[in-house]
Each structure stands twice: as structure tokens, then as C-alpha cells.
Design a protein around this ligand. Structure first.
Ligand code: NAG
Length: 144
């Protein structure tokens, strides 16, 4: 009985977190100018006080980050954005990409989830975390 309730609650919270409107950080900065670069210490509350950074609704639920130039380079440029559509394989990842018109590689990251394009935890998959308890309890229920 308790187990059923726990399963239902976990399922509903997982579904709820999937359906809520997702936001992404949107900004661009070059070198040490601006607040867009890493580390990115802002959250949804503190970002409201910043000029060049905003949290924007993102229909696809996929956010991105690009870093142009090498790390430590004084003219390294960072951009955070909402992706129009998810990557075709629906995989969260970072990779180096060359664009036709650029000589320097572009480091690009994609992630899915509310404001996921902050800095380090770009790849924690909150969807999996939310559904995890369900599997744990199902497993215990069925096999213990
Ligand atoms: C955002 O960051 C500020 C300062 O670090 C902190 O006081 C506040 O609780 C944070 N808000 C959220 C929603 O995490």
C-alpha cells in the first residue's frame, strides 16, 4: 500500500517536472567582460539583477552553451542560449565543432532541463534522478 503511494507520488512528480515550462540562460560575453562566462555563479533569483544575462522560456526544453577560443585565451567568448530544437539523437553532450566560416574550433554543449546551461552540472540528468525512486521501489517490491 505504502509502496503504491510512493510509486504514484514519484511518477507524478517526474511527469510534473517534465511538463513545466523550461527556461534557459541567454547571454553572451567576451573575455572578462560581462557575466556570461564560467564560472557562472548566478541562479534564477540573482540573474534578475544582471544586465546582460536573462532566463528566458525555452519551448524545446534544450539549452546550450558555446565557448569560442581556447580556455585562458583573453578573447574567449561564451554564449548561452535556448536551442530551437533538440539534437537529433536527444543526447546531452559537449563536443568540439568546426563551423565553416571559423578557424577556431567551437566548444558546444547541449543539455535538457530547466536552466541547465549554467556551468558545471550541465550534464546531471534530473529526469533520470526524478524517476530513479520509482525503479528502486519497484525493484524492492518485485524482487525482495
Ligand atoms: C540564489 O543565490 C543566492 C546567493 O548565492 C542565494 O541566497 C539564493 O538562495 C539562491 N536562490 C535560489 C533559488 O537558489
Amino acid at each position: 500500500m505504502i509502496i503504491t503511494v510512493i510509486i504514484l507520488v514519484s511518477l507524478f512528480s517526474a511527469i510534473e517536472s517534465q511538463s513545466r515550462v523550461k527556461y534557459c540562460y541567454v547571454c553572451r560575453s567576451r573575455g572578462s567582460l560581462g557575466d556570461c562566462g564560467d564560472p557562472f555563479p548566478w541562479n534564477q533569483t540573482t540573474v534578475k539583477d544582471l544586465k546582460g544575462v536573462e532566463a528566458s522560456p525555452c519551448p524545446s526544453g534544450w539549452c546550450g552553451k558555446t565557448i569560442e577560443g581556447k580556455e585562458g585565451d583573453p578573447i574567449v567568448a561564451t554564449e548561452r542560449m535556448c536551442l530551437q530544437r533538440p539534437p537529433t539523437d536527444q543526447e546531452e553532450r559537449c563536443s568540439e565543432t568546426f563551423f565553416e566560416n571559423k578557424r577556431e574550433p567551437l566548444f558546444m554543449c547541449f543539455c535538457r532541463g530547466h536552466l541547465c546551461n549554467h556551468s558545471s552540472s550541465l550534464f546531471v540528468n534530473y529526469g533520470i534522478l526524478a524517476v530513479m525512486p520509482v525503479f528502486t521501489y519497484l525493484y524492492q517490491y518485485l524482487f525482495a
